[in-house]
Ligand binder design. Sequence first.
Ligand code: ADP
Ligand code: MG
Ligand code: MG
Length: 888
Amino acid sequence: QKFVYDFTEGNKDLKDLLGGKGANLAEMTNLGLPVPPGFTITTEACKVYLESGDAPTALRDEVSAHLKALEERMGKQLGQADDPLLVSVRSGAKFSMPGMMDTVLNIGLSDASVAGLATQSGDERFAWDSYRRLIQMFGKTVLGVDGELFEEALEAAKHAKKVTVDTDLAAADLKKLVKQFKKIVESEAGREFPQDAREQMDLAINAVFDSWNTDRAKLYRRQERIPGDLGTAVNVCSMVFGNLGPDSGTGVAFTRDPASGHQGVYGDYLQNAQGEDVVAGIRNTVPLADLESIDKKSYDQLMQIMETLENHYKDLCDIEFTIERGQLWMLQTRVGKRTAGAAFRIATQLVDQGLIDEAEALQRVNGAQLAQLMFPRFDIEAKTELLGRGIAASPGAAVGKAVFDSYTAIKWSRSGEKVILIRRETNPDDLEGMIAAEGILTSRGGKTSHAAVVARGMGKTCVCGAEDLEVDTKRRRMTVGGIVIEEGDLVSIDGSTGKVYRGEVPVVPSPVVEYFEGRMHAGADDADELVAAVHRIMAYADRVRRLRVRANADNAEDALRARRFGAQGIGLCRTEHMFLGERREMVEKLILADTDEERETALAALLPLQKADFIELFESMDGLPVTVRLLDPPLHEFLPDITELSVRVALAESRKDANENDLRLLQAVHKLHEQNPMLGLRGVRLGLVIPGLFAMQVRAIAEAAAHRKNAKGDPRAEIMIPLVGTVQELEIVREEADRVIEEVQAATGTDLKLTIGTMIELPRAALTAGQIAEAAQFFSFGTNDLTQTVWGFSRDDVEASFFTAYLEKGIFGVSPFETIDKDGVGSLVRSAVEAGRATRPDLKLGVCGEHGGDPESVHFFHEVGLDYVSCSPFRIPVARLEAGRAAA
Ligand code: ADP
Ligand code: MG
Ligand code: MG
């Protein structure tokens, strides 16, 4: 087994073995770009080290051999007193991870070799500057000394000399600083700063290995589902010096603008500095374009190299480079991060340049980015007053009056006010306030905090962990940098950037939504350019996808919008919404009915209303399938609240004027009250115990379809029975439904071609899918309820109570209500698909849970062979895009 690869031996596809940084350094080396020579220690070596607590013996020898080769090539030895070879030791896992170790530069310097470096470079100041940097970085990252101590000493030295930037410190000052730094190391780490160069290197390498297992790195991996045993690679790279005077420097660059995607010169440059200075913001950088006048030769070469890299990686790259006395060196490259908008633009630009094809373009964007582009956003041109910044926990742009407790949030929102609920952190008691608010802002907690999890579940804008804000709930105010925001003051929060503003920032609609709505077309300005890119990518996706995309919609308005967004039908029309509002009273009558006659009267009153709803719906979706689900929720949802009604009746009784209807209602409410309504009398169970209920609904659907047929329309209704657990339930309902349909067909002289199917949302239904398919013409997986019943938890309860703890402990990286749990719930879906198709090869299969609009879940549904996904109208473009990406 080979543990060490020279930069000339690797390539960009070896990220597993060499880490991202190492693989790309090798790739650049082999492209003939100027990379300082070096070698990479593999992730395999790290694994052995982590398992056995010691570096493999073979590793030491291999490192020695590679070091020797490097020394021969460079003509000097590591730490050699009169002319030292210096190296950097750089971490580099496959995925970059917070909590992993930083890089140590200038390894090889010591009390002896610092003089040699001074003589060789002819620059004493440079030599001592490099030495103090080594002790500082080594002390902090390898020996675990608090970095602040070094910073304070550096500040004090500048202060004593009355200068503000480190370049104004002379060799003598730096020499003194080195002495101080060494003392800090001794007292804090309990050991001297190692003078032996090889010891420095080995300690640094082991420290990189060890950093794989810091608590932060472990937690991050568990949440992101990164396997814990990948290990990190370590890069040893000969040093080049950007701090050798004004003809030296260091910088970062992008091959194109990561915000717009436009080609051009984007980056920052800092003269006379080493790499970490740019990031640390110690001195002000200049725009990369200025390098042209500072050092034209290096600038031209850099432009050339960037073009080479783009053409080679066929993507936007970011790079780190250093210029040493007029000689350009490449120190890192990788495919660069970009904004959501730029991702779409860059993908189409690369297609136009002939660098990638359409299938590849689809892989360069994703549904999360598209979703981000669809949120309304704050007007960037508006004048704003930034109060602070937190974590962008749940996207959107929300404006409202500041309130500091849930009670006020509910009270104000009831009277029509828009409010932003501001808390230090939220807990389950805040749930109602969160629902009432436009957005949620907290000063504590991260992406997995209660506020963040619940807000994402509700699709509500949320900024959390804005630590600059001091929230004082008792006095109903928050302060930030001397500004006081009182209850009732307007604030604006941006859940996509984490920014918090004072006052009302104007909101502009997303141009991408305007485009989907058909209100905007591709043109010339900036937003239009984005829209044109989205338009093209969506066209690619639609061309290749196999999954069809339907909408969950209950009325014509939503259906029409869904159609504009590209829906190919309705996958879930919930009929319970048709039972609310002023019709609630009719439902009450139905529930209270004592006799068949009373019941039939109540149903007969509902029938024409339902029918009218369906006519509208079928018309709006003419020519496309519409799956109508028969009544699903427990009946108590249509009745008054048990406590409220009890109080009312009790009061009335004490006044001796209780009314008859209230008394009957209370009786019914008591009778229907359930401990676990989610698991009680609902779905098909209702249809089986309330005579005529489902028949009335089926009749309304059939008559509406017949009406549309006779009006020369093309209705394609599908009747869906919810919460079936066994085929017998379905058989009974079907018999009745078939009879009703036949009656309607005969009476109207139509052939309606209605199909009848079921939801698969109980484990038993999934487990007996083969039997159920005998009676069902289609399955629609209700993955919300299926997730609840497979896991045995009720969503409303768990998301607000213990999900935060589960996410923090890494038990799941994302809520199973957000992304389908492939191993558990998903495996039931998979086997039900197989069993269902075995019984009935032409069984139509879809999904209508919220997972239908979740990117990762869509890929899963493609893979298990469903025919369509159905999601909320707003998620349809995301589902179309992901279905395309899954198939491409
Ligand atoms: P990070 O992952 O934090 O970017 P790097 O390993 O890239 O860590 O190094 C941090 C900084 O040090 C970068 O600016 C990099 O360019 C610079 N650097 C790393 N190795 C060398 C080297 N051999 N010579 C000069 N600068 C280096
Ligand atoms: Mg780093
Ligand atoms: Mg770097």
